[in-house]
Design a protein around this ligand. Structure first.
Ligand code: NOJ
Length: 472
């Protein structure tokens, strides 16, 4: 056993919480992340305006900017929109921020209710529209349509918001606005999950996207539970049946020869159709509980090992991380950089997903009380601690190796977040902890969309997973 492993083992068996008292983001840093995220959400007082040709769009309260800026000198893309997917993920993270006003959630619901009722041009469906102007009208420019993970993410956000509002005595608002909106989205998902759709990176049209199906499955299962509250047995049956069909279809994404789940089933060598971080994001965003079997699925773990291995060599800044931390991007052959499409970079939200996965596995195994190392996930565990895991085995909670691995998961998650944090920038307002969508693979500078809401959301969900992992 390597010395370092032995040290982790000793520390872990003595006092897990004490060892991890030093959090990768301090309370002050977390509150900066939270305020940068909230700054992208419009309210009645916090209004955005967007000049566009001859018109000026004014935000409807509840609009969530994907990022804080329209195009600039080194950023040719326009993220000054309400993207359905990004907005839903941002809202789900907002629910984890303490003391957020209920109005933020109500505004979001009313914005989406208004967006759902807009009429699309012929041959397009409003529910599959990926992005909306900040006044809730549809953005009708050229784009990858439909993107059917969006309504699923939105339904998940609605269901979580409904639970929050109900607990605050807002049943009428839930019944009047949220319930019909959930049904609209989930009836659409139930009838469209096999229809060709673009992936979450908006590049490949296919019938089978791992990420989309994971979040659609989750939305339908949660939706069925929600419908059961209202005795809507027809929908309960429909949503449950569709969720089961989706679950069955996921197995086809496993490629035994490659050793990973591919994002699509038909475009494996196109852009992100093969090895892609969206599979990991599917596990994080699409699981239903801390003990959902998809988290510790051996094939998922093999996929994550393949991602880490694939990215470790392609970004020069990774060579400078003395603790071996690997920053990862969307998929290895990516060349989207938000500007001239020169080369791909590590993404904040993708790398933070690695940290979140480590924390969630620490909690998963702590609850399960054993760790199964198999021939399929061996490489994943060897990446974590090569000296400790030599061959497939079952490790019981009573064995010292068990606590050592739990500690190693948390320690690696911490190193990952600390490394991402080191690439923070200072905003024009003088505050720290600003991040762009990507980190330049050569210089380490923030590139592409500034202040990406989803990037901030990924810090919040990773730190929430950490909180649960250290105090299970
Ligand atoms: C591009 C990303 O690929 C997509 O996933 C995201 O929704 C939009 N940017 C907006 O952030």
């Amino acid at each position: 056993m390597k010395l370092v492993s032995r040290m982790i083992l000793l520390l872990a068996t003595s006092c897990a919480q004490g060892v991890f008292a030093q959090t990768p983001l301090s309370a002050e840093e977390m509150s900066l992340v939270q305020s940068h995220l909230l700054a992208n959400i419009s309210t009645g007082q916090h209004i955005f305006q967007k000049p566009y040709g001859d018109v000026v769009f004014t935000s409807m309260p509840g609009a969530v900017l994907a990022a804080s800026q329209a195009p600039t000198l080194h950023f040719s893309q326009d993220y000054f929109f309400h993207w359905m997917r990004d907005a839903a993920l941002t809202m789900q993270a907002t629910l984890l921020i303490p003391d957020v006003s209920t109005d933020i959630y109500k505004n979001y619901v009313l914005f989406e209710e208004s967006a759902q009722h807009k009429i699309s041009v012929p041959n397009e469906e409003t529910l599959g529209q990926p992005k909306f102007n900040i006044d809730s009208t549809i953005w009708e420019g050229d784009w990858a349509r439909p993107q059917n993970d969006g309504p699923a993410q939105r339904a998940i956000a609605f269901i979580k918001i409904a639970a929050r509002l109900r607990a605050q005595g807002e049943q009428d608002f839930v019944d009047q606005h949220i319930l019909p909106a959930i049904k609209t989205d989930l009836d659409y998902i139930a009838s469209h999950w096999q229809v060709p759709t673009f992936d979450l990176w908006e590049e490949i049209c296919d019938t089978d996207h791992f990420y989309a199906k994971m979040v659609q499955r989750k939305s339908l299962i949660l939706g069925a539970l929600e419908m059961a509250r209202y005795n809507d047995t027809v929908r309960v049956r429909l949503y449950d049946a569709r969720a089961q069909s989706i679950e069955q279809s996921l197995a086809a994404h496993w490629q035994p020869d490659l050793g990973y789940y591919t994002e699509t089933t038909h475009h494996l060598s196109e852009k992100g159709g093969g090895l892609d971080v969206s599979v990991l994001l599917g596990a994080l965003h699409g699981t239903l509980s801390d003990t959902d079997k998809w988290l510790a699925d051996e094939k998922m773990q093999s996929t994550v090992a393949a991602l880490r291995a694939a990215f470790s060599g392609i970004y020069p800044i990774n060579q400078g991380h003395i603790d071996g931390t690997t920053l990862i991007g969307r998929y290895p052959s990516d060349y989207y950089d938000g500007d001239h499409f020169n080369y791909g970079n590590p993404w904040v939200l993708a790398t933070n997903a690695l940290a979140e996965y480590d924390y969630r596995l620490a909690l998963y195994y702590t609850k399960l009380g054993k760790i199964n190392v198999t021939a399929t996930n061996l490489s994943f565990f060897q990446q974590l601690d090569h000296a400790l895991i030599a061959a497939p085995t079952v490790i019981a909670a009573s064995q010292p190796e068990f606590s050592a691995l739990i500690a190693a998961f948390i320690a690696r998650g911490d190193k990952t977040l600390q490394t991402v944090k080191a690439y923070q920038t200072t905003g024009d307002d003088g505050t720290r902890m600003h991040f762009s969508e990507q980190i330049d693979k050569l210089s380490g500078e923030g590139v592409s969309a500034p202040d990406l809401s989803w990037g901030y959301a990924s810090f919040i969900t990773a730190m929430e997973a950490r909180r649960k992992a250290v105090s299970p």
